[in-house]
Design a protein around this ligand. Structure first.
Ligand code: NAP
Length: 307
């Protein structure tokens, strides 16, 4: 019986584990992919305090992990598929079903993060892994001296468009409006980069090719006219959706299935807490994910004291 099971080892889950470890809670973390979560999909992070000039996301993820391991918290590589609830001596107990068996805990922190949204255009499913990618760091090196398109106008699109210029011959940045949602400082870098061509007020209508991506059909919304762009790669960054499907309506969520919590990261169910990108909040950043994780572990500590 664990005091706490944390689901997800991104910045939120690992910070929760750091605090839980320091409270000497008997804690287990499950991670279905790599420690670090979504941050390792970007090459570098420039707005995490304490690292002037930025830090490599792999290095930051590794530092988060090492700090947790110093506290003897176990990180298991396994996917959680279901959470059930029972009672033991009149107290709530959670049954966590994973690919590697079932585990029990007195409390749960869900830090399962989010994943890239699909664009939802013709050709997208056909060319995933054959020219279409949702991760610049992972797939950028495959596009050396090629022409590529980046779709979106948020931080991810801006960051990755800049990063991808270190491989690609040309980067078309296609955004549906003229104003960017991402940070001004990134926009300035994008505009100053001679390898980036901005295609604004425009949407992708179709991704085409024979076996691999060869072209995009792009519609200019102002001129109401379509044209074709020749490119070999398409990187899609049009927002995130939470990894909460495994919860199967266990908790209250918003219309996009982000978990609703209070300020203490308490979910609608006693003993279950949620933090980071899987919960509904106003700012999805590494620094806020870490803050959420610390608050969640502190709230679990109080919850267990009152049990
Ligand atoms: P985002 O900030 O939600 O931006 C999504 C972009 O895609 C927006 O510009 C949006 O256009 C566009 N878009 C959405 N649906 C579209 C569609 N169907 N067709 C065409 N364009 C579409 O998402 P993100 O850049 O992927 O980043 C995800 C989250 O991670 C954000 O909350 C971001 O702040 C965060 N993030 C944090 C860090 C960090 O902590 N350092 C780094 C990167 C990202 P509109 O602008 O017109 O809506």
């Amino acid at each position: 019986m664990h005091d706490l099971i944390i689901i997800g080892a991104g910045p939120a889950g690992l910070t929760a584990a750091l605090y839980a470890g320091r409270f000497r809670m008997n804690t287990l973390i499950f991670e279905k992919m790599a420690c670090g979560g979504q941050i390792i999909l970007s090459p570098q992070i420039e707005n995490y305090p304490g690292f002037p000039g930025g830090i490599s996301t792999f290095e930051l993820a590794d530092k988060f992990k090492k700090q947790v391991e110093e506290l003897a918290v176990t990180i298991e590589d396994s996917e959680v598929t279901e959470i059930g609830q029972g009672l033991e001596s009149g107290k709530a107990v959670f049954n966590v079903k994973t690919q590697n068996g079932n585990f029990q805990a007195k409390s749960i922190i869900i830090a399962s993060g989010a994943q890239a949204k699909k664009l939802g255009v013709k050709g997208e499913d056909k060319f995933i892994g054959r020219g279409i990618s949702y991760c610049g760091t992972c797939d950028g090196p495959l596009f050396k001296n090629k022409d590529i398109a980046v779709i979106g106008g948020g931080d991810r699109a801006l960051e990755d468009a800049i990063f991808l210029t270190s491989y690609a011959a040309k980067v078309y940045l296609i955004h549906r409006r003229a104003a960017f949602r991402g940070s001004k400082i990134l926009e300035e870098k994008v505009r100053a980069n001679p390898k980036i061509d901005l295609i604004l007020d425009s949407v992708v209508e179709e991704i085409s090719g024979r076996d691999k991506v060869e072209a995009l059909k792009v519609k200019n919304l102002k001129a109401n006219s379509s044209s074709e762009i020749s490119c070999q790669g398409v990187f899609i960054f049009v927002g995130i959706e939470p990894n909460t499907a495994f919860l199967k309506n266990l908790l209250e969520m918003d219309e996009h299935e982000f978990i609703i919590t209070d300020e203490e990261m308490r979910s609608s169910k006693d003993g279950i807490f949620a933090c980071g990108d899987c919960r509904k909040k106003s700012l999805y950043q590494v620094v806020t994910a870490c803050a959420d994780g610390a608050i969640a572990a502190n709230a679990v500590h109080k919850y267990l004291l009152n049990q």
